[in-house]
Design a protein around this ligand. Sequence first.
Ligand SMILES: [Zn+2]
Length: 190
Amino acid sequence: MKYNLSKFQTLVETFEALPTIGKKTAQRLAYHIAINDPFLGKKLSFAIENAITHVCKCTKCGFICEDELCNICLDETRNSDILCIVQSSKDIFAIEETSNFTGKYFVIDELNMHNIESLKEIVVHNKTKEVLFAITPSLANEAFILFIEDKLNGYDLQFTKLAQGVPTGVSLENVDLLSLSKSIEIRVKA
Ligand SMILES: [Zn+2]
């Protein structure tokens, strides 16, 4: 049987393009929104539009925010002595959830000169004393750490990384809170 469901199909395909969403789930979501709860669909569409317009990256640390600077950069009660380097904003959510870190952050999602220059600026501006690499252990990430340490050579910094307890190759958002919290507390020399 031939039927024209091109608009429905476009919605399914759009959901399917999202991470972790397979075809079945995409169809279920599209059906739910188009037939069961169109009001939720409108709300979703508005929330997406609004987020795309207003959510951006903090110009200082790279964390997601809705203004030029994020709440963490603006928070003067946080400890500027220690700067935690992560590879994704999602890792900051995970670390913040442990409530065991009160320093500042810097997101390096890509090793390029622009990011390294921004990192140097924040180190100077914050008068950073310790750089903590909150990065999951792997060979590639060891190289990542060495590269950054080399670029920050001459800034009189202590380099540390998460202690054992964060499993190799697992992204921080998937590490259980207790292990992550402990590995921040008993961090080791990098
Ligand atoms: Zn920030």
